[in-house]
Structure formats: structure tokens, C-alpha cells
Design a protein around this ligand. Structure first.
Ligand code: SAM
Length: 410
């Protein structure tokens, strides 16, 4: 039988791509910041091209992309987007301002037979474009553009934001960590990357992963061995036992009436063991929390957090971020929002899940909560969600969502 020769357009496509990479072009670049053609080094089937930047594989290899939705900002020729997909991302969207780079990225998808990766011409400085949620947002070498929209970006980032800085000049803290940690306080530096081919090797950048909490960070780095959803019996937990054993109240409103007229001498109680050592497990912390009415300086709770809680490093993950007044306000406002929501609709309000971190070591998993469905105890080494549990209990909610995260503790 005669063999049919299957035609292929790949050689022609490759010639087209190489020709396009050779075009002397610099992007139109919003705000007159131009990016030259062939910025990214590319994978063309089995071959590699040498662009201005080397690949970022050592950093991408540290991130767990499996099954995740990923957004790649300033996606250029799409190399990082395709690398994320090759590492198991369920879907990748790339936003790029320059139409020529978008076209090239699409042709490169076709050449490499990449599926599940789409490119859109978008202006990443425009906060309105951030509507869909993603697990991971990649922002390699685009910080100038995203700096003004960080709050919005953090709002659509469900797990982590990965930032590659521009050239470092003693400005990692002030220029990058500070601004991003206002919205995503937990971070890990993955390492240093190159500034660009043919430029001095001592010019470096850093790649940093930012997340809302440690569970998200651990998940983005593939450090969660397993996690499962549950429902927590709010009224039965042993957390905050000291407060609830001492405060007898028929309902949340009565408790507020009782606590709010209390004059608290913060400078005195801050030095008593109940607040300085027991903190969440004592009584005073929750009295101060309930006394929060006006947000900002002058509010007992705000003053306590900024003056005592943060400097004492009670919550090492966010202690230094809490020194930033804007971050402290955001944090505290979200705790009061939960409190108000439970006050208004204790049986209907569904807060973000309380996270229970299990180390697998019974000597460390000492906090006890109870599963609302079967009454079984759930033990954890750390709980992220003390304020949600407290608010739910005060206003008579019965159960709230939980998530048990098996993760080795640092
Ligand atoms: C320095 S390159 C980084 C490319 C890629 N993220 C990487 O690290 O390999 C910056 C990219 O952002 C794009 N860009 C610049 N301004 C933009 C904007 N306002 N919206 C979207 N993309 C933009 C540029 O065209 C360029 O592709």
C-alpha cells in the first residue's frame, strides 16, 4: 500500500518565527518604557533561542503549578506561560500590552503544540482588567506596571503572587517587600535571577513569592501534603476557653453591652501575663477586640495591635507587616467585618475557612476543635482563624467552614 506523506507547516512556521525574532523592534511600551524584541529565550520544539534573558526555570521549578489557574503579567513571547503549563497548570492566561508580542506568543503556542495557554492584549496598569480570579499570578520583571494596582491584584490572587524584581540596588525591602506585603504579607525569597544577557553579572534581581497566609504560601510551593474541607463546631472548641468560661452572657449583644463601656488601661494590661503571654488564649485580648468601634488610632484594639502585639512578634508571619499602619488597618477592618457579619446574620454568614495546620506530631498538635458533622476532635498545631471562630461563637453561629492542612511546620 502506498504511504501517504503528511504535509507539515512547521518548517515554514519556524522560519517565520526566527525571522520575526530578528526584526529590529522595540515595543511601543506604555509610558515610554520599551522592551526590545527577543527579550525571552525561547523553546522551539527541541531547540532553544538565546534572548536577552536566560530562562527562569530554577524559580518556576520551586512553584507547584499542578492543577492551578495561572495569570502571567507582561507575558511577552509567552515563554513563562508555557513553562507554567508544562509544569501542570490547568490553564494559563497571559496579559501583554504589545500586539506584536501577543501575536508571536500565539504562533509559538502553535509551533510548540501548546494547549490551555491564551494570550490577551491587556494593559496591566489598568485596575479594571482584574476581574477573574487565579491561583497563581506571575509578575516577572513588570513591577513598575503593577505597583499602582497591587491591591486590586491581591484581590484576584487566591494563592500567591510571584514577583521578579527589577535591578536590585539595596531596595528589596522598601521597593518591593514593603509595598506588596501591605496586601500579601507572607513571603519567601526564592533566589536571585540575572539582570540580563551581556550586562554585568553582579547586577541582580530577586524572585519572591507573596501570599495572604502561610497555608497559601505552603500550597504555592507544594509543601502541603494534603488538605481537606470540614465544618467546625464553633460552640465546642477549646480555643478561647478562658474567655468564654469567664464571660457569661445570654447573647452577643449583651456581651457587647457589657464589654464596651469598660475603660481599658492598655499600658497597664499590656504588661499582665494574660495579654502579654496568653494573648489569644487569655481573656483581655478578646475584651479589647470587642471594644473596637472606630477604626484607627484611638481605638483600643488598633492601638494594642500596633503598640504591643506586633512589636512583641506574637504572630511572626505578619508581625513586621503589622507595623505598617495601612496593613494594620486592613487586617483589623477585615476582623471587624467578620464580627459585624456574624452579628447581623450568625446562621447565614459564611466566612473564609478556618485553617487547621496539622504537623502530624501529637506533641505539637495541641489545639482541639470539633468536627460539626461527626463530633470528632480535630487536633492542630496552629489555627488560622481565631477571630472568625470567636465572632461566630459570640453571636451564636453553630458551624463554620474549616480546612485541615497537613503541612510540616517550620
Ligand atoms: C521586561 S519585560 C518582562 C517579560 C516577562 N514577564 C519576563 O519576565 O520574561 C516586560 C513586558 O511587559 C510588557 N508590558 C509593558 N507595559 C505593559 C502594560 N502596561 N500592560 C501589559 N504589558 C506590558 C512589555 O511589552 C514586555 O513584554
Amino acid at each position: 500500500m502506498k504511504q501517504i506523506e503528511i504535509p507539515t507547516i512547521k518548517p515554514a512556521l519556524k522560519r517565520l518565527i526566527l525571522e520575526a525574532l530578528g526584526v529590529g523592534y522595540s515595543s511601543a511600551g506604555k509610558d515610554n518604557i520599551a522592551t526590545g524584541n527577543h527579550y525571552q529565550s525561547l523553546t522551539l520544539g527541541d531547540e532553544r533561542t538565546a534572548g536577552f534573558r536566560t530562562d527562569r526555570n530554577p524559580f518556576l521549578d520551586q512553584i507547584d503549578f499542578r492543577g492551578k489557574r495561572v495569570l502571567d503579567l507582561g507575558s511577552n513571547l509567552g515563554e513563562i506561560s508555557r513553562a507554567a503549563r508544562a509544569r501542570g497548570a490547568a490553564l494559563v492566561d497571559g496579559y501583554e500590552y504589545d500586539p506584536f508580542f501577543v501575536e508571536m506568543a500565539q504562533v509559538l503556542d502553535a509551533y510548540n503544540g501548546t494547549t490551555g495557554v491564551s494570550f490577551f492584549q491587556r494593559d496591566i496598569t489598568d485596575p479594571e482588567i482584574y476581574v477573574d480570579h487565579y491561583d497563581l499570578v506571575l509578575a516577572f520583571s513588570v513591577f513598575t506596571y503593577i505597583h499602582p494596582v497591587l491591591e486590586r491584584l491581591a484581590g484576584i490572587t487566591d494563592e500567591a503572587l510571584v514577583v521578579e524584581t527589577h535591578k536590585l540596588d539595596g531596595n528589596l525591602d522598601k521597593g518591593y517587600l514593603g509595598p506588596v506585603r501591605r496586601f500579601l504579607p507572607i513571603y519567601k525569597v526564592l533566589g536571585e535571577s540575572d539582570w540580563g544577557r551581556a550586562l554585568p553579572a553582579n547586577e541582580r534581581r530577586a524572585v519572591v513569592v507573596f501570599a495572604r497566609d502561610e497555608a497559601c504560601l505552603a500550597r504555592s510551593l507544594g509543601r502541603v501534603s494534603r488538605s481537606s474541607r470540614c465544618s467546625i463546631n464553633v460552640q465546642r472548641t477549646t480555643l478561647q476557653r478562658v474567655f468564654f468560661d469567664s464571660a457569661k452572657f445570654p447573647d452577643g449583644e449583651a456581651l457587647l453591652d457589657e464589654v464596651r463601656p469598660l475603660e481599658i488601661d492598655l499600658d497597664r494590661v499590656a504588661h499582665e501575663d494574660d495579654l502579654s503571654k496568653a494573648v489569644y488564649s487569655g481573656r483581655t485580648y478578646w475584651q479589647i477586640f470587642l471594644d473596637g468601634r472606630l477604626l484607627g488610632p484611638g481605638n483600643f484594639y488598633y492601638d494594642y495591635i500596633v503598640k504591643f502585639y506586633a512589636p512583641r512578634g506574637h504572630d511572626p508571619g505578619v508581625a513586621d507587616a503589622l507595623r505598617d499602619p495601612l496593613f494594620a488597618l486592613h487586617r483589623i477592618a477585615s476582623r471587624f467585618r467578620d464580627l459585624d457579619q456574624f452579628r447581623q446574620a450568625p446562621r447565614k454568614y459564611v466566612p473564609a475557612p478556618v485553617r487547621l495546620f496539622q504537623s502530624g506530631d501529637s506533641t505539637r498538635d495541641r489545639l482541639v476543635l470539633y468536627d460539626a458533622a461527626d463530633g470528632e476532635p480535630i487536633r492542630a498545631a496552629r489555627v488560622d482563624g481565631w477571630h472568625r471562630l470567636f465572632a461566630a461563637r459570640v453571636f451564636g453561629a453553630t458551624r463554620i467552614p474549616g480546612e485541615v492542612v497537613e503541612s510540616p511546620l517550620p
